[in-house]
Design a protein around this ligand. Structure first.
Ligand code: DAH
Length: 338
């Protein structure tokens, strides 16, 4: 019987060796290790043996099962390896891989995100408003008279409906005060549109970041401190910031802000970066009229507002000489900011 076991083992190993598909290998497994295998049949005869012979046959059967199992595993692995090798035949794994082009943030996005990050630390919340605006939100509520040059057809894109593409993000001041009650402390980054002649510093679409803070006792010194902090956080601790008196219809007093900066390879110079001022009480009155209440009582409240050009910030930050690069989306330009 032990010989029989050895014989079956030899047959099984031959069958395993001969199997050259997974299916025939599986057939061999079922045949030699399945329930109806000849080894099991032999085991069934064990009871006819003497007590001395039983363990010997048991050992022989176990050895045969192990040997067959191991052979099956080895054969399975080599069939698998052969299949793997066939599937990559002709492929040269030493060739350099094809790189996947990953995108990167646009320089404007980088600068905008930084500006938002700095101002959020100072407690400003994000706000927004539509780019297609009414004359009321873009001009009238901002104390801008009907004969103001910004309202000309030649400066502003008007729709037949009388609506227009907002010429500045200051309209979001109005939108926000219509919806919220004081205190209001918001920033609103977004696009604005003007019928400008296109050149290296002008496009008909550009990007601004508006700010508005309305509360009791908001002072000009708060405005100055906040914006100085902002520009120093943006351009470095020693950056000089200057407030130059100016005129805007919706603030009184009003200023333009200059920052003294050194563009790479040039002498330091003052560069205008924003407009700002203390909210004109006439704006609060227009808001109250639109709201139909007195939530923005000019006798109680003061506020400051500012509007900065984001394209300008990006151009300064990265030494970009032509604003058109910001909208051409040439990947040779954009990939430099990755
Ligand atoms: N809206 C002005 C512009 O586009 C910028 C500006 C000036 C915004 C003064 C303000 C401000 O909020 O107070 O030129």
């Amino acid at each position: 019987m032990i010989e029989q076991a050895t014989q079956i083992q030899a047959e099984a190993l031959a069958a395993v060796e001969a199997a050259n598909t997974e299916a025939t290998l599986e057939e061999a497994r079922v045949k030699f290790l399945g329930k109806k295998s000849p080894l099991n049949a032999l085991a069934g005869e064990m009871r006819n043996l003497s007590n001395e012979e039983k363990p010997k046959l048991g050992a022989a059967l176990n050895a045969a099962r192990h040997a067959i199992g191991a052979a099956l595993d080895t054969r399975k692995q080599s069939l698998q390896d052969a299949a793997d090798a066939a599937s990559v035949e002709g492929l040269d794994p030493s060739m350099p891989g094809r790189s996947v082009a990953t995108g990167s943030l646009h320089p404007l996005t980088i600068v905008k995100d930084r500006a938002i990050q700095i101002l959020r630390r100072l407690g400003f919340a994000l706000a927004d408003g539509p780019e297609i605006e009414t004359e009321f939100h873009c001009f009238d509520a901002l104390n801008t008279p009907a004969d103001h040059p910004a309202r000309n057809d030649s400066d502003t894109f008007y729709f037949d409906s009388g609506k227009l593409l907002r010429t500045h993000t200051s309209s979001v001041q109005v939108r926000t005060m219509e919806k919220q009650t004081p205190p209001v402390k918001i920033i609103a980054p977004g696009s604005a549109y003007r019928r400008d002649e296109i050149d290296a510093t002008h496009l008909s679409v550009f990007n601004q970041l508006e700010g508005l803070y309305v509360d009791k006792d908001v002072r000009l010194s708060d405005l100055k401190g906040t914006l100085e902090f902002f520009y120093r956080a943006m351009f470095g601790d020693n950056t000089e910031v200057r407030f130059r008196p100016h005129f805007f219809p919706f603030t009184e007093p009003s200023f333009e802000i200059d920052v003294k900066l050194q563009v790479k390879g040039e002498a330091p110079k003052w560069i205008e970066v924003a407009g700002c001022g203390m909210v004109d009480p006439a704006v609060f009155e227009a808001i109250n009229e639109s709201r139909g209440d007195t939530a923005f009582d000019p006798a109680e409240l003061t506020g400051y507002a500012f509007g900065m050009g984001l394209d300008r910030l990006a151009m300064i930050q990265y030494g970009i000489k032509d604003i058109r690069l910001l909208i051409e989306n040439d990947t040779r330009f954009l990939s430099q900011f990755a």
